[in-house]
Write a protein that binds this ligand. Structure first.
Ligand SMILES: Nc1nc2c(c(=O)[nH]1)N[C@H]1C(S)=C(S)[C@@H](COP(=O)(O)OP(=O)(O)OC[C@H]3O[C@@H](n4cnc5c(N)ncnc54)[C@H](O)[C@@H]3O)O[C@H]1N2
Ligand code: MOO
Ligand SMILES: [Mg+2]
Length: 404
């Protein structure tokens, strides 16, 4: 077992275990929203499939209209119309125009369009007060070219990408199965919300903050309930759990006599590492139990969230072959001081906003037991070992909310 690792060493050991191949399922577009593509998608069509107009107006021959102005309009004969989806069957000759509507194919013979606002219709004629121009013609394939790959395996299906898949002609998409992530809460004192809280009890918040984090990371959370600080109970519950791709436990990984998760995993599994030089989350444990990777998250509510975000989320991204990184670092100006630690990488909670530049302020009390900091905060402020940040200095901030 390795111990006292740096954050980077710990992360690379966790990622090494994300070797599994997730099976693939095919879903209708609506159900594929928020899932991860399992195949590259090449467009089945050109879009537009021919040159079309980007404006409502009149298609005509540019050379007929060059002299058009409000003072001396040009008069053209309107020989027909082309609404979107209904091409004009004929050809536009000299002195002629076709009324076209946004999205309609440019009629044969025409090479320019004038917007309807710059015209006046007079029976079968139209007066142009401005020259027609080719700039409002969208060339064939302007958006999509048939055969070109626009979405890649590992792309998260965001609203724009779901629409793009539809635009490319796909009614169903192959996506990766969501990895199943077990969440086991441990602790004699832990009580489910809704039950009366005994003296010294604490409501099980970890299960629910992890539930949300797992969903956001593309996993399928599986609540395994809570067990007392008893090795037999922990083992029994794990045996009952169905197939999982990752197990999260919360609590019981520190130095205490009742910190049983560590003991169970040492005895029945294989501990890869225990303790990382970071705060919060220092007692993080990573193990294998049978073939199952287990992240033993420290019980403090902030610690369990931060360690899932820093290690569990990247693990799931790797399994899902995600094309985007699990999180991104930004630089922001600190508007409050942030305190680091001599020998640890510290992750403070901050509120990141844009006030002419990116700025970040502390959420206040930074104790690992203060879950409010994760509810108010939208970023982790990263302080390398030995670094404090004074007001006005630049600092690394990782948004906790989703950034593509
Ligand atoms: N002597 C030392 N004591 C502690 C150390 C240390 O290095 N030496 N590390 C501290 C740090 S840092 C952390 S973090 C915690 C980690 O504790 P455990 O993982 O062993 O967790 P527990 O002892 O079971 O609980 C800690 C704390 O979290 C509350 N908790 C637990 N589960 C939940 C839950 N599901 N929902 C809400 N809150 C939960 C629990 O009541 C405790 O208050 O250890 C320090 N100690
Ligand atoms: O690391 Mo503990 O996670 O500070 O509270
Ligand atoms: Mg403990």
């Amino acid at each position: 077992m390795r111990t006292n690792l740096s954050v980077e060493e710990a992360l690379s050991l966790v990622l090494e275990e994300a070797r599994g191949e997730l099976s693939v399922e095919e879903l209708p577009l609506k159900e594929a929203y928020g899932r991860v593509l399992a195949e590259d998608l090449a467009s089945e069509v050109d879009h537009p499939d021919q040159d079309d107009t980007a404006i409502d107006g009149y298609a005509c021959r540019q050379e007929d209209t060059r002299s058009a102005s409000p003072e001396s309009p040009v008069r053209l004969r309107v020989i027909g119309e082309a609404p979107a989806g209904r091409p004009f069957p004929g050809e536009v000759g000299p002195g002629e125009a076709v009324a076209v509507y946004t999205g309609a194919p440019i009629p044969k013979g025409a090479d320019a369009v004038v917007r309807v606002e710059d015209t006046r219709r007079e029976g079968e004629y139209v007066l142009l007060f401005a020259p027609a121009s080719p700039k409002d013609i969208r060339p064939k394939g302007d958006d999509l070219k048939k055969g070109e790959v626009y979405l890649k395996r590992g792309d998260l299906l965001t609203p724009g990408r779901l629409g793009l898949a539809a635009a490319m002609g796909y009614p169903r998409l192959k996506v990766f199965r969501r990895p199943r992530v077990g969440i086991l809460s441990t602790g004699d004192e832990v009580v489910e919300p809704g039950e009366p809280l005994p003296f010294g009890g604490v409501y099980n918040s970890n299960a629910y903050s992890l539930w949300g984090l797992v969903l956001e990371a593309g996993g399928e959370p599986v609540l395994l309930g809570k067990v007392p600080d008893d090795p037999e109970a922990v083992l029994a519950r794990l045996k009952e759990a169905g197939p999982l791709d990752l197990l999260l436990t919360s609590g019981g990984v520190s130095m205490g006599e009742y910190d049983v998760v560590r003991k169970v995993l040492e005895r029945h599994g294989e501990v890869v590492f225990w303790k990382v030089r970071q705060q919060p989350g220092g007692p993080l444990l990573f193990a294998r139990l049978g073939g199952l990777p287990v992240l033993g998250l420290p019980g403090n509510p902030v610690s369990s969230m931060v360690t899932f975000f820093l290690y569990g989320r990247p693990f799931l991204f790797r399994l899902l072959r995600r094309t985007e990184p699990p999180y991104r670092s930004l630089r922001a100006r600190a508007l409050t001081p942030f305190r680091g630690a001599v020998d640890k990488k510290v992750f403070r909670r901050g509120v990141l906003s844009f006030e002419g530049e990116l700025v970040v302020r502390t959420t206040g009390n930074q104790s690992s037991g203060v879950l409010r900091s994760m509810a108010v905060g939208n970023a982790l402020v990263v302080l390398p070992p030995g670094q404090d940040v004074r007001e006005g200095e630049e600092v690394e901030a990782i948004p906790l909310t989703f950034v593509l």
